[in-house]
Design a protein around this ligand. Structure first.
Ligand code: IVH
Length: 676
């Protein structure tokens, strides 16, 4: 191809690819199938290989490919990168104090207008664009001088290498590089599977990746970016407000977080703080607070700075999601299936909004990997509604008498043998229902909300019932009487009666709930539903051979054998028989083994918020039509239904080229199928 023609084609491809990148990484709304995109990308790579003179630094092929550096080159910031004052109190006063300071400094009586944003928990970066092209990226450093991390920043796909319609001679964009929670989990899962070191938290993931000297390694860690301000600007007529600057940056194709607002007065600041606090757990990334900025640039200038912090901005923090505390002991808990879990007993610490004194250590290997000793000072993390976790050790604070953890060889509850099978991460107590801990957990599981739903049967009561030898097996639950219950500690007549009523009510069950409640290994809620739908009758399941069980959608050999072995055990058949004799019942039908529904064999995944119905309703309607509704997207998924604010599952669906429906499409289809 003649060079001129090649140059034109390369330019066109670059523009096309940049546009698709924008829709994919910034707008989260892909415009073409991955395969088409790859084709364009490979064409550009081939062109550039043939005509190296055509290569430009803003070509999308240049996101990865830089050389390993010896070290980072210092960059002096044209405009210093300042930090902001922090209000740490978790109440409203942070908002009111800031507003009062601003009003006093301005001598203003009227309400001030503010731009409210999230305080992203990552690493501050300055992106320098000259005539719209990204020429340099630097860390904050000491505020005056940072480090040149351009190569690594280029690997972040949502950062445009070329701005849209921006001819400014210089435009420095400031913002935060961060790792989303989903990307963090995915990365750590991959590392764990390969026995490689894991990241402590998303912030360390982002910071560590940016400070990586080999850009290929940096590129393996998925990072994102949000713009929140400006550095040096030449040749762009600044708008009058901070809010308008953010809108402008968005127009240039930069990612700006949608969770922002322009408001008037202190009360509205406090409301923003509260509104974001309520959804903090549900955000796809970590934040450590919100930021308020005086919206008018003229007023910002009038307010100026005190000791290198602007008077016009403040960070209003939320309770930290990580804290340091002392690990006093490691206790071993026995779960329903006998799994032994080491649990850290902590010096109580306020983290993520609650006081935490227990944190899971998952299993023996995790304790080793994190090098946790008894007596250590540890980092505890509680983010979102996940259970608190020990993520690391402050080694410098290890006391001389710190002790390593040893997994016991006999069950701490029943003394039975502990085994850890080849290739398994978990150690298990072999006591089965002889073990009081397993019995307690089995009863609590049976009584759970999504199982037999026995209200009021909590762990304190189950402890008493099992420890007092009142309940030795599940059927004993239905033999409880008022006199026995009312005789228990902290049990008034009224609550005893409530338990009796709840037990009576639970007798009206469904086959799938009952199956799930039995606690058969590997039979979760969805397998229980599949089994109930397929066989229709409990006896058919109890008599099924492993081969017949394999006919059920999504039941593989491990699950089939587990079900078969469970019912092969005389003791378990006895439990079922007694429960039925005591009045537990459900409706049975002929099974659907041979009946084909419109969605039989199809797997759906629901993600995001559906406006017209709850996700539970959508799920049950799809299931009634024969579909399986799964929680995660895989190659076996046939369709993903994406409501508003769908996140990583939608990304995954696109990655795997799985059809995606929006809510109207789902409603149309449901109408059609249900009408059949
Ligand atoms: S504005 C002069 N806005 O918080 C104002 N900072 O000390 C400069 N941060 O490490 C900062 N989210 O990287 C601003 N929406 C946001 C922010 C934000 C996170 C970080 C920033 C810096 C620290 C501020």
């Amino acid at each position: 191809m003649a060079t001129e023609q090649a140059a034109r084609r390369a330019a066109a491809l670059r523009q096309q690819i940049a546009e698709y990148d924008y829709w994919y990484y910034v707008k989260d709304a892909p415009r073409i199938p991955d395969a088409e995109y790859d084709k364009l990308f490979r064409e550009l790579q081939a062109l550039e290989a043939q005509h190296p003179e055509l290569l430009t630094p803003d070509s999308p092929t240049q996101r990865v490919g830089g050389k390993v550096l010896d070290g980072f080159v210092p960059v002096r910031h044209a405009v210093p990168m300042l930090s902001i004052r922090t209000e740490t109190d978790i109440e409203d006063s942070g908002a009111y104090n800031f507003d009062t300071r601003v009003k006093n400094a301005l001598g203003a009586a009227e309400e001030i207008e503010y731009s409210c944003e999230l305080k992203f928990d990552g690493l501050a970066i300055n992106l320098r664009y000259e005539r719209g092209v990204l020429v340099q990226a630097a860390t904050r450093g000491d505020g005056e001088t940072g480090e040149d991390v351009t190569q690594n920043i280029r690997t972040i796909h949502c950062i445009p290498l070329h701005l849209k319609d921006c001819a400014a001679a210089v435009l420095e964009v400031r913002g935060e590089v961060y790792m989303s929670r989903a990307d963090f989990d995915r990365y750590n899962e991959k590392q764990r599977a390969q026995g490689l070191p894991m990241l402590v938290n998303p912030r360390n993931g982002a910071a560590g990746s940016i400070r990586q000297l080999d850009p290929k390694l940096a590129a393996q860690r998925p990072l994102s970016f949000f713009a929140y301000g400006l550095g040096e600007v030449k040749g762009w007529g600044l708008p009058g407000t901070h809010g308008a600057i953010l809108d402008g940056l968005e127009q240039f194709g930069l990612p700006v977080c949608g969770e922002r607002a322009v408001v008037q007065g202190a009360q509205a600041l406090a409301e923003f703080h509260r509104r974001i606090a309520a959804k903090r757990d549900a955000l796809p990334f970590d934040i450590d607070g919100v930021v308020y900025k005086v919206n008018s640039l003229a007023l910002q200038q009038e307010l100026g700075f005190v000791s290198r912090e602007p008077r016009w901005a403040v960070a209003h923090k939320y309770p930290a999601e990580e804290q340091i505390t002392v690990l006093r002991d490691i206790e071993v808990q026995v779960g329903r299936t006998g799994k032994l879990t080491p649990v850290a007993k902590l010096e109580p610490v306020f983290v993520g909004g609650t006081t935490v004194s227990n944190a899971t250590l998952h299993n023996e290997d995790e304790v080793r990997r994190k090098d946790v000793h008894i007596g250590d000072t540890v980092i505890v993390r509680r983010a979102g509604d996940v259970i608190p976790e020990v993520v690391g050790v402050v080694l410098e604070r290890r006391p001389p008498d710190a002790r390593a953890f040893v997994m016991p060889t006999s069950c701490p509850v029943c003394g039975s043998h502990v085994v850890r099978e080849e290739g398994e991460a978990d150690a298990r107590c072999t006591g089965g229902l002889f073990c009081a801990a397993q019995r307690k957990q089995a009863i609590l599981h049976f009584a759970g909300r999504r199982m037999m739903d026995i209200e009021g049967l909590g762990d304190k009561l189950v402890d008493q019932l099992v420890d007092g030898n009142i309940i030795r097996s599940l059927p004993d639950l239905y033999r409880l009487d008022m006199a026995t219950l009312a005789g228990l500690e902290r049990m008034a007549e009224k609550s005893a009666q409530n338990i009796i009523d709840a037990l009576e009510k639970s007798k009206v069950a469904t086959l799938n709930r009952f199956l799930f409640a039995l606690g058969i290994r590997h039979v979760g809620e969805s397998t229980a539903k599949d089994l109930a739908r397929h066989f229709g009758k409990l006896d058919s399941i109890m008599l099924a051979t492993p081969e017949q069980l394999l006919q059920v959608p999504d039941v593989g050999p491990v699950v089939a054998h587990s079900i078969h072995d469970f019912f092969a055990e005389a003791h378990n058949r006895e439990v079922v028989q007694q429960l039925r004799a005591l009045g537990v019942h459900w409706e049975e039908h002929d099974g659907m083994a041979h009946q084909v529904l419109p969605l039989t064999g199809k797997t759906f995944v629901l993600t995001g918020t559906l406006a017209s119905m709850g996700r539970d309703e959508a799920k049950s309607r799809l299931e009634t039509l024969g579909a399986k509704v799964s929680g995660s997207v895989s190659k076996k998924t046939d369709c993903v239904v994406a409501g508003s604010e769908a996140g990583s599952k939608l990304d995954k669906a696109r990655e795997l080229n799985i059809p995606v429906w929006d809510e109207p499409q789902l409603l149309d289809q449901l109408k059609e199928w249900e009408g059949q």
